[in-house]
Ligand binder design. Structure first.
Ligand code: HEM
Length: 523
């Protein structure tokens, strides 16, 4: 007899199917969107289940089968292509065969709450093209990354008084352990994932909006967390009024975040126009990237509220995957035997980083640009962390009759059908990655560099990730700083893999990982 957990899972799956089916019907027959067609949520669910490593389980196979039938019934045509490598060039060369906007407009509407009131489709497309260029062009290159990265990594307070801790130390439930009276604040215990998530948030948000945002919104990190747990339900189109308490709390957190981001826009405008700024806030360090994006919104006459929603979605794209990847990167660096020592040697011999002789020691110089070029093992470990944790699915709406050949099968696509490509399905293919289930830090090393080879974690074609340079630099830089300054061990001794939880581009850890962090002491 099936146990209670299986009943629970089945009923949750049944409720989920009914909800998404209802939403799908509404989306298919009831929507009059100004920004074009929306991605049916049931397609996303089917795509997620097909790409998921549990897809062979009976329950998920039944759900997948049911969804396939539902799609046939609703005449929603779609294809799932499991191997990116053969069709990659189609994405680059035949971009006109795909409409790239339904995915982003659907997510903006469902997850980030943008209602697009007053925005026509052509105007929306022109605006998106405008700000995507800015995200890709300016953000990685022209920001003062150095001081923030260095300050963030070196700047742990590790105070016993939690009121004096940084928000990211508080979020991680950081506790000082007085193990050595000579070095009272040198060892702490913390939840590794929360610590890195919070640190990452507190490094990149001021880069974009300046320090006033973080000072004025000290609870933003908690709202970020609270909202983050609800994105899967929102992506599936579950209406925001559904009375699930955690869901409602997530929506309220989203509203506060959107409101705080709209307010930064208002204050920045006041400052730029020479008007009195609300609360007398200092808006002098808002980034060029944000200012350029504001110009695009202004040109299209967007309301401060809609700007808040769109900016929030960009902030999410900027942070969510980076935070998750950073966690896995650090986990593997510290848990794979011998890797930390090899990386310390590589960093020392490359000369990309200098540390002061103070107590506590600080990073005084970090050549972020050189990390990717001069530290092949560091970069290869980064790519291997990507390989084992990345599960992106790319959705496209087909606009022309198209035949795709992935080397094994041919797919006939007609206009109006949906295509989704999963990069996750090849990463365990032993013909591409020998010993695929093992974490091999030097897998991507090629001579004195490291290369992505067939790995495509940033997507394909026109909608390829616009923040990839920034994300790579940021993750490498934070990791290099941690390697240089901290020793980390899992509480209880041996490192245990926390397991994977699916449902995002970068898999989340399935359980918390409590670690003991010790400042390195240099003689
Ligand atoms: C580890 C970190 C990251 C990962 C794994 C990641 C991955 C991706 C993927 C797979 C896509 C979709 C590509 C497609 O549909 O073809 C994407 C799109 C995007 N990403 Fe990232 N991303 C990361 C970090 C960032 C950062 C830091 C930013 C901003 C600074 C950013 C901004 C964007 C934007 C704006 C898009 C939409 C592009 C478009 O629609 O034209 N991402 N990202």
């Amino acid at each position: 007899m099936p146990d209670i957990e299986v009943y629970g899972l089945l009923s949750a799956a049944a409720i989920g199917c009914v909800l998404v089916a209802a939403t799908s019907l509404i989306l298919r027959y009831g929507q009059t969107s100004s920004t074009g067609p929306s991605l049916p949520p049931t397609i996303m669910l089917e795509a997620g289940l097909a790409a998921d490593r549990y897809s062979s389980s009976i329950i998920f196979s039944v759900i997948r089968f049911t969804l396939r039938r539902l799609h046939a019934l609703l005449s929603i045509h779609h294809e799932i292509v499991p191997d990116v490598s053969h069709i990659e060039k189609v994405f680059f060369k035949q971009n006109e065969a795909f409409d790239i906007h339904p995915m982003s407009t659907s997510m903006l509407r469902r997850i980030f709450g943008c209602d697009f009131r007053g925005i026509a489709r052509d105007e929306y497309i022109e605006m998106v093209d405008g700000f995507m260029k800015i995200v890709a062009r300016d953000f990685p290159m022209s920001q003062p990354l150095q001081p923030l990265f260095i300050g963030g990594i070196s700047g742990a307070n590790f105070s016993e008084n939690t009121d004096l801790q940084h928000p990211w130390e508080q979020l991680a439930n950081t506790k000082v352990l007085r193990l050595n009276p000579a070095y009272p604040k040198h060892v702490v215990e913390a939840d590794l994932e929360s610590l890195l998530r919070g640190l990452s948030f507190h490094i990149s948000i001021p880069l974009l909006y300046g320090h006033d945002y973080i000072d004025r919104n000290p609870l933003a990190l908690w709202d970020w967390d609270c909202f983050g747990g609800q994105t899967a339900l929102l992506a599936l189109g579950v209406p925001t009024w559904v009375p699930i308490p955690s869901f409602r709390r997530g929506i309220a957190a989203r509203d506060r975040l959107v409101d705080s981001i709209s307010s930064v826009y208002r204050r920045t405008k006041q400052y730029r126009n020479g008007e009195a700024v609300d609360y007398g806030a200092d808006m002098t360090d808002v980034s060029e990237t944000a200012l350029d994006r504001y110009k695009v919104y202004d040109r299209h006459g967007l309301s401060a509220e809609n700007i808040g929603h769109i900016e929030f979605s960009l902030l999410w794209a900027q942070n969510k995957n980076t935070q998750q990847l950073l966690f896995w990167y650090i986990f593997y660096i510290y848990s794979v035997p011998g890797l930390l020592d090899s990386l310390r040697q590589e960093l020392a011999s490359s000369g990309v980083l200098s540390i002061s002789a103070d107590d506590p020691p600080r990073i005084t110089r970090l050549d972020i640009g050189a990390l990717g070029k001069q530290c092949p093992l560091l970069t290869s470990t980064f790519l291997e962390s990507f390989r084992v944790t990345e599960e992106s699915i790319m959705f496209r709406r087909v606009t022309e009759r198209l035949t795709l050949d992935d080397g094994k099968d041919q797919y006939q696509l007609r206009p109006g059908s949906w295509l989704f490509v999963s990069t996750a399905l090849t990463r365990h293919d032993s013909s591409i990655y020998p010993r695929p289930l093992e974490f091999l830090p030097d897998r991507f090393v090629e001579g004195s560099t490291a290369s992505y080879r067939t790995l495509r974690p940033w997507g394909l074609g026109l909608t390829m990730c616009k923040g990839r340079t920034f994300a790579e630099k940021k993750v490498l830089a934070v990791a290099a700083g941690m390697i240089a300054l901290w020793d980390i061990k899992q509480v209880g001794g041996e490192w245990q893999h926390p397991g994977f939880r699916t449902g995002a581009t970068i898999l989340a850890p399935a359980s918390k990982l409590r670690v003991r962090i010790k400042r390195r002491i240099f003689d």
